[in-house]
Write a protein that binds this ligand. Structure first.
Ligand code: KIV
Length: 309
């Protein structure tokens, strides 16, 4: 019977934070990226609703649907068996009431086989939802600071918690989230001192993105660390490998090789045996009858050598 007891759990993540081992979380949206992250032994993968912006080409995360998250969450889970996989609840799938949130979270947990869900904000409604989800056995990661699903209310993608009043509010929100039962919280785009203060005050792990180096962990977006968008370099990200440029150069090389007739070469093509090639040469083009014979000889020859990879 398959078991999932090798997966990294919320207890493992708490143990990492308690023993001062920093947690590296990375977004993935599909099977190959999840496989690579798994091979690198990333402990926690976020199937973020940034999906909408970096994969689907929207201006914000708002258009992302529950179906989108389920579709991509399933692909990521297929690629990563050990990593803890957390899937975002998209905009509109949890804000209106806890019942709707519960249905959305249950669908995500069942269909993607992920380990937890993440939702943004700390309003009374969201706190009630978090309590209900966590008491029903669904681990929830919180997310405060710059919460992209509220981009219109925030007036854009801007640093949060800059004034003393905002900083105090965010600290209070972090505490309320912990009390409501989140197992960890993402702190997005807040000043370093506030990231450090929230981390000091909370018992649960904090995962920062643009929140300075003193959080228990960091999260980065796949497309940012690989510079897949050359005209977009958020200040809080670092390009760890310029794969975007390499991909562009690869596309150009491929195109040139096709245009020059240099691709595919004989190693990249399927050859007939000498005998069959001679037969084809001598018999084609020919009558309807010889065409039929040729088809038979060819199909036998191909059957003998049909491994494509
Ligand atoms: O959707 C996402 O990728 C996120 C991270 C930026 C934290 O929420």
């Amino acid at each position: 019977m398959p078991t999932n007891n090798k997966r990294i759990s919320i207890l493992d993540l708490q143990a990492m934070a308690d023993s001062n081992r920093r947690i590296a979380m990375l977004t993935c949206y599909d099977y190959p990226s999840a496989q690579l992250a798994e091979e690198a032994e990333i402990p926690i993968i976020l199937v973020g609703d940034t999906l909408g912006m970096v994969v689907l080409g929207y201006d914000s995360t708002l258009p992302v649907t529950l179906d989108d998250m389920v579709h991509h969450g399933k692909a990521v889970r297929r690629g990563a068996q050990k990593a803890h996989v957390v899937v975002d609840l998209p905009f509109g799938s949890y804000q209106s009431n806890s019942m709707k949130a519960m249905e959305s979270a249950i669908r995500i947990m069942k269909e993607t086989e992920c380990d937890s869900v993440k939702l943004e904000g700390a309003s009374e409604q969201e706190l009630t939802t978090i309590q209900q989800l966590s008491t029903s056995g669904i681990p929830v990661m919180g997310h405060i600071g710059l919460t992209p699903q509220s981009v219109h209310a925030l007036g854009g993608f801007k640093l949060q918690g800059r004034t003393p009043r905002d900083a105090i509010r965010l600290l209070a929100e972090a505490q309320k989230l912990q009390d409501a039962g989140v197992y960890a919280v993402v702190l997005e785009c807040i000043p370093t001192a506030l990231g450090a203060k929230i981390t000091e005050v909370l018992d649960i792990p904090t995962i920062g993105i643009g929140a300075g180096p003193y959080t228990n962990g960091q999260v980065q977006v796949w497309h940012d660390i690989f510079n897949l968008y050359q005209d977009l370099k958020p200040r809080h990200s670092r390009i760890f490998s310029p794969v975007g440029q390499q991909m562009l150069s690869g596309i150009r090389q491929y195109m040139a090789a096709v245009q020059d007739g240099e691709f595919p070469n004989s190693q990249e093509s399927f050859m007939l045996s000498k005998e069959v090639a001679a037969w084809v040469k001598n018999n084609l083009p020919g009558s309807e009858h010889s065409m039929k014979q040729a088809e038979q000889v060819l199909s036998e020859a191909i059957r003998d050598d049909n491994e494509l990879i």
